[in-house]
Design a protein around this ligand. Structure first.
Ligand code: ATP
Ligand code: MG
Length: 298
């Protein structure tokens, strides 16, 4: 058989798509000028979100029926950036059978008994499905890079001086393989400012309804804010590929963030052109036979 020269599917252009010269200090955490934002822009952003969500609903049905490809959405962010709320907003109303959300916490003992991509592979979406990663294999070049002591507990045979470059290579190869085999990967970094995070964490302390969300560990992470930003910058630069791009989404305005993520998901699904399976003439003829038979059975 001739080798296919077809490249893996590439998601359409978008302003927030990350390129190889990405600078995190230049990336805005606020909506662009002129975009609806704040209290005033809220109804507009919510209306746009609702429109996108209803389109995603229909596209997802087709993806499910088509049953050859899948979509993987990866979410990474500092604490309180709004990962959970965004996932909830974008996936609302989608057939639960067609979608699965996986949260990646500190690896379990069983997970540490395998290579670092093992648990991500296990959670990949089946054909026809949408998979959502709330945190992901990227923690391995983010939190682990900021706290390299974690490596000592990973039961690794060796830790090379190029451990981060090696991990980027592994991740890029893994995702390229998935893309060639029908999984479209969109990766979202929800970019919140340190000031906005302060505000949200204070709310978690001051508002009794939000107390349950407060974790003192989040403050330990904040102590390392600049190291995290450095790790995010390197990661996004090195692993944003045409077949598996990163998007740096301004996260200081939650409504704007949610509708922007929904827009990218909608645009990508649309470009994937999922179609309900078409019947051949022979199959159609058979259906009309079944129809006759069914009516005769009345
Ligand atoms: P929320 O706080 O909204 O419930 P979360 O994603 O912050 O959501 P937590 O249980 O608070 O969930 O935190 C999970 C922690 O696990 C994070 O600090 C994350 O960095 C850490 N983590 C995830 N993957 C790894 C990994 N591979 N190695 C080490 N730590 C990891
Ligand atoms: Mg947390």
């Amino acid at each position: 058989m001739p080798r296919s020269s077809k490249k893996p599917f590439t998601p359409p252009k978008h302003d927030f798509k990350v390129g190889s010269r990405f600078r995190i200090s230049k990336a805005s955490t606020e909506p662009p000028k002129g975009a609806p934002s704040g209290k005033k822009g809220r109804p507009k952003n919510e209306a746009i979100l609702a429109e996108h969500v209803s389109e995603i609903y229909e596209l997802q049905r087709r993806l499910y029926a088509d049953n050859t490809r899948s979509l993987l959405l990866v979410f990474q962010a500092m604490d309180a950036a709004g990962k959970d709320g965004t996932i909830r907003a974008v996936m609302t109303g989608i057939n639960p059978a067609g979608c699965e959300v996986t949260s990646f916490k500190r690896p379990s003992s069983e997970e540490l008994d395998h290579d670092f991509l093992w648990r991500a592979s296990k959670a990949l979406p089946q054909r026809g499905r949408i998979g959502v990663f709330n945190r992901s294999h990227y923690e391995e070049v983010l939190v682990v890079r900021v706290f390299p002591k974690i490596l000592e507990h990973q039961r690794l045979p060796r830790v090379s001086d190029d451990v981060w470059e090696e991990r980027f290579e592994s991740i890029n190869e893994f995702e390229h393989h998935l893309a060639r085999n029908g999984t479209t990967i969109l990766k979202f970094f929800l970019h919140v400012s340190k000031e906005e995070q302060t505000k949200r964490l204070l709310e978690r302390i001051d508002d009794p309804r939000k107390n349950w969300k407060f974790e003192s560990g989040d403050l330990d992470m904040r102590d390392h804010w600049d190291s995290f930003m450095g790790a995010y910058e390197k990661t996004l630069r090195e692993t944003s590929k045409p077949w598996a791009p990163w998007y740096c989404i301004p996260a200081d305005d939650k409504r704007y963030m949610r509708r922007t993520v929904a827009e990218i998901v909608r645009d990508t699904l649309k470009a994937m052109k999922p179609e309900y399976p078409k019947m051949s003439d022979e199959e159609k003829a058979r259906l009309s036979e079944y129809r006759k038979r069914l009516l005769a059975q009345r």
